[in-house]
Write a protein that binds this ligand. Sequence first.
Ligand code: MN
Length: 229
Amino acid sequence: MTSYVVTPLPRPSVAVDGEAGRFPVQRIYCVGFNYAEHTVEIVKDTAKTPPVLFAKASDTLLADGQELPYPPKTADLHYEVELVVAIGTGGAQIRADRALDHVYGYAVGNDFTRRDLQNHARAHGQPWETAKTFEGASGIGAIYATPMVGHLTRGRIWLSVNGVVRQDSDLSQMIWSVPDIIAEMSSYFRLQPGDLIYTGTPAGVGALSVGDVVVAGIDSLGTLTHRVV
Ligand code: MN
């Protein structure tokens, strides 16, 4: 039994639909610019901006129904609905044709972003950490295991703010598919059981204000609701 000199925090985890047990979270990886129409709205030129990889801290998870504290150091907090892949079996250099064997399940996520800080970082060649990692920055719904929902290659992905639909696309529009993402990600990082991968957002991102209610949904994965406070 390891002893610690300060009390360790509990491990982050996510509810699993239909299971008493929870999914223990290791790392949160993300893909940026994985839908062409979203790339255009942020950077205009899709040819110069292929999908990119980044990470968020795993203590930023925000479960369905939890309130999102409006983060400090921004005046442009954005929502981003995303399909989240939950990794059940780790590995490095995973081949795309074997990649789905590593998936435990899927969830709907919201990659909350300080857009003003991200735009500044992009313009100055700086990392995205301050734009992407803050309290509550990683909305996550319940995980649906693959025996229940299969592997998602199409289906509506949408988001509303105060009942008005702001993002409305289809998973089939992703530039890198889930197998492509796992192959690419695992060529840089050894994926571990418990890793989550946020797979990018479609067009229609925009700002949130205190008091807004943001609902994200993906067909067969339910919805994810947060109120900004
Ligand atoms: Mn994102």
